[in-house]
Design a protein around this ligand. Structure first.
Ligand code: 5CA
Length: 431
């Protein structure tokens, strides 16, 4: 992608309305633009990151045996009246009346709709278990939308729903998702802390939140220090669930089972939440199956959410410096940038074009060919967090050299033009 052709309006100054660093950096790097309170347009750079996160989440869901579908954003009120949540959900639900006077709503979550889909087609225990997911925009009319995409009104969520014959089977599905969540967050370069949590308006008896540590997080966490040292080669959900970990409203110091010096108190961002709620929705919405004794029984369900758009902000909170964002390679909007500092110099252009032609069919490359100052080029590439940068300047090119920069460490070395291609191939292909 030629930067001159791209659409990434970067800003030098910190926008006044943004309180936390991720929100500031998302606006400054031209990832998002607020359209109204808690509602954002995703500009090309932001969209690339959002899609990369979405794809990792999707891949781990597929690997765990969940099946993707897509439900609409707009739902009929009827199912919510049946489940009893139409009134219960209160002002957070955006209610709309269509031209015929029918009540519809912008879905804040999908337990009702998916249960209805399930009950329309499945009626035997032989078809269980099932686990269905979608990645779709949600709307919650939050009292205080803030921190940019972190607490939006419209936000992108991956939500899935498991259907099992018994509580015992449902717990197996729950644990499978628990494991998939840990794997997903680790793949995003985050260390997840899993905590027992309140079930809130979703309901049910068993629930875990997945939080990542960040000073600007809205939740206060109390947990066993050992949880920070997850064995990534062997994820044992039982062991992880047995560690003490609670969000502030569930923590009672006088009943805390672990020693004070083993207890860590920290701020976190909730990036995922899973629930087991038994037959709460299946009974009300008629999701019954026949068991092997010929009896009709309600299915046991769970639901599992990951805040995909929130993760974009959360990842920036976890990985930035004073120059800007530091994207891990698998999430970066472009893996490498070729920065031509002197677009009018024939030699520089030749070298830069050559890099671009050799590499652009293999990787996502940003070719900075803009007609702007050297300072702006260098600071923009750091701001938007491109992991590897090949910087081409007039004097270096004369000596057959270019600068190779690693954003993570801000280390920069001069290397020969030929060597640069090999280094890029090594870093990106053999990673
Ligand atoms: N139906 C269940 C699970 S599918 C559910 O809705 N759970 S939830 O309410 O906990 O939301 C799931 C995840 O969505 C949260 O963990 C959080 O990461 C994200 N999320 C929730 N509200 C917002 C919001 N206002 N802005 C951004 N992300 C949000």
């Amino acid at each position: 992608m030629k930067f001159s052709n791209f659409f990434s309006p970067t800003l030098k100054n910190v926008p006044a309305e943004a309180e936390i660093i991720s929100h500031q950096l998302m606006i400054r790097s031209g990832m998002i633009k607020q359209s109204s309170a808690g509602i954002y347009s995703w500009l090309p750079l932001g969209l690339r990151v959002l899609k990369n996160i979405e794809n990792i989440v999707r891949d781990e869901q597929n690997k765990a045996g969940a099946v993707e579908l897509l439900m609409p954003t707009i739902q009929s009120a009827d199912l919510w009246i049946k489940s009893g949540r139409y009134n219960e959900y209160g002002k957070e639900m955006l209610r709309i009346t269509d031209r015929s006077g029918r009540e519809i709503l912008y879905g804040p979550t999908n337990e009702e709709l998916i249960t209805d889909i399930f009950q329309s087609y499945i009626n035997s225990y032989k078809d269980l278990p099932k686990n269905l997911y979608h990645i779709q925009w949600k709307f919650r009319d939050e009292v205080r939308p803030r921190f940019g995409v972190m607490r939006g009104r419209e936000f992108l969520m991956k939500d899935n729903y498991s259907f099992d014959l018994s509580e015992q089977d449902a717990i197996i599905s729950y644990n499978k998702m628990f494991e998939a969540y840990i794997k997903t967050f680790l793949r995003l370069g985050l260390i997840p802390i899993s905590l027992r949590a309140e079930t809130g308006p979703i309901g049910g008896s068993l629930s875990h939140e997945f939080q990542i540590l960040a000073k600007t997080g809205e939740s206060t966490l109390y947990y066993d220090k050992a949880l920070e040292q997850i064995d990534t080669t062997n994820i044992d959900t039982k062991k992880l669930q047995s560690y003490y970990a609670a969000v502030d409203d569930l923590h009672d110091q006088s009943k805390c089972p672990i020693e004070k010096n083993q207890l860590k108190i920290a701020k976190g961002i909730e990036v995922g939440h899973i629930f087991y709620f038994g037959t709460k929705y299946s009974e009300k919405l008629g999701a019954f199956v026949q068991n092997n004794r010929g009896e009709n029984v309600p299915v046991h369900m769970g639901s599992y959410g990951i805040g995909i758009s929130r993760l974009v902000g959360a990842m920036i909170e976890a990985s930035h410096d004073d120059k800007g964002i530091i994207w891990p390679l698998n999430i970066a909007p472009f893996k490498i940038s070729i920065i031509n500092l002197m677009i009018d110099d024939e030699n520089c252009k030749k070298v830069a074009d050559n890099f671009y032609n050799q590499l652009s069919s293999k990787f996502e490359i940003l070719y900075d060919d803009r007609d702007c100052s050297i300072g702006k080029k260098l600071s923009d590439n750091d701001l938007i967090g491109i992991p590897y940068q090949i910087i081409i300047g007039k004097r270096d090119v004369k000596d057959n050299l270019v600068e190779f920069k690693i954003r993570q460490t801000n280390e920069s070395t001069k290397i020969s033009i030929d060597e640069a291609i090999n280094i890029v191939l090594k870093k990106l292909i053999y990673k």
